[in-house]
Write a protein that binds this ligand. Structure first.
Ligand SMILES: [Fe+2]
Length: 389
């Protein structure tokens, strides 16, 4: 067995109703907090937010609410939050919502305590220090895995660039994973975020830097997504499907924290960076078939194993045949969850690809792909992701 590192210091409070424990858990971090909340949540689930604010109040945690959160978080919104955190002198940050709220909270935890802006602490720049405010996540979607990952993804709108911080200081002190918060997530968001779980686990599994520890939890999470995402899409209030996805997402965050994603995230992130209306999950869905066709030969046994999880009938086929069929199986699954899409569907044209391609090649994720793409390979992956191709 090859040697590996595994680090996961986040205390997990998993289970329906656990949001009621937010106060006691927050009090262990600090006596004051910036509660970063998705504004959508304040509209559609105000009672659930109140459960948390009441718990914080009861525990004596001074709470300042910040709800200037946008999908595909922007550096501007993060800076505004950091200014509030500094002005109010809060000593911790809680992110409540989907990945956007939690990634905003994580970036604020750095921006409020370090010189410059969060953009100065991207994964290839300066490293955040232990001055970073302690972070709690209360996630209301299952998808980003951010509650157990050390990533915060955000966009610099001036540079049209979506990038990420990646550092141990961005690991949450506490994560509350309460599946009751997820039953009202709309179908499209459930599909996009649920598929993101799959991508985090699958890409960590095939990553050349993967390990025995991550392979095991990745396969467990993949099985949960395959069996429960279609159920959650058909019946969003099915709590056991939501629990399955919530746990799969939490495992996926551990995969991200210890291994990480590959080519599809390098190709997908700049699509959302240039076209912010394309959700993260959609940007991955659009790339996956072309990525699979390009990559399967580099990890035949692993592509075959997951293809057979989608379609047990492939057990009778050779590894080569099963691995090659992964592309077909992923297309079937994307159609099943209503997420199959092409670049044309978002109004993207071939003329839009060159600047997207420049950013895609800057991401390090592709270096862990079983077949490392050249710029020409990546261009070809984009071009075959148009409907006309
Ligand atoms: Fe992702």
């Amino acid at each position: 067995m090859k040697s590996f590192n595994y680090y996961q210091p986040t205390r997990l409070l998993f289970g329906s109703g656990r949001r009621a424990e937010a106060g006691a858990a927050a009090r262990e971090m600090a006596d004051s907090t910036l509660l970063v909340v998705d504004p959508m949540l304040l509209r559609v689930a105000a009672d659930k937010v109140e459960d948390v604010t009441r718990a914080l109040e009861k525990a004596g945690v001074r709470t300042v609410m910040f709800s200037d959160v946008v999908p595909n978080p922007t550096l501007d919104a993060i800076q505004r939050g950091a200014e509030v955190a500094k002005a109010e002198n809060v000593k911790s940050v809680i992110g409540m919502g989907g990945g956007s709220a939690i990634d905003t909270a994580k970036a604020i935890a750095v921006a409020a305590t370090h010189p410059g802006t969060a953009w100065d602490y991207l994964y290839f720049k300066d490293k955040p220090t232990d001055a970073t405010l302690p972070i709690m996540a209360i996630n209301t979607t299952s998808g980003t895995g951010t509650q157990t990952s050390k990533v915060s993804v955000f966009t610099n709108t001036e540079e049209n660039c979506k990038s990420a911080m990646w550092n141990d200081h961005l690991l949450c002190k506490v994560a509350i994973i309460d599946p009751e918060l997820m039953v009202s997530v709309p179908v499209r968001v459930t599909a996009a975020t649920g598929f993101d779980i799959f991508t985090h686990t699958f890409e960590s599994y095939i990553n050349t830097g993967s390990s025995e520890a991550v392979d095991a939890i990745a396969l467990d999470a993949i099985a949960r997504v395959i069996r429960s995402l279609p159920v959650a899409i058909t019946n969003g209030s099915n709590l056991s499907a939501r629990e399955d996805l919530a746990w799969a997402d939490t495992l996926a965050g551990q995969c991200l924290a210890n291994v990480g994603t590959t080519l599809p995230h390098a190709a997908g992130q700049p699509i959302s960076g240039h076209f912010p209306k394309v959700s993260h999950g959609e940007s991955l869905a659009v790339i996956y078939p072309a990525f699979a066709a390009f990559t399967w030969r580099g990890a035949v046994a692993k592509f075959a194993k997951v293809a057979r999880m989608f379609n047990p009938a492939l057990s009778a086929a050779s590894d080569e045949v099963a691995a090659q069929n992964f592309e077909l199986e992923i297309e079937r699954f994307l159609k099943l969850i209503g997420l199959y899409c092409r670049l044309d569907d978002f109004g993207i044209t071939p003329d839009d690809i060159p600047p997207i391609l420049v950013h895609a090649m800057e991401f390090p994720d592709s270096q862990g792909n079983p077949v490392v793409p050249t710029e020409e390979d990546m261009r070809s992956i984009y071009m075959t992701s148009f409907r006309a191709a």
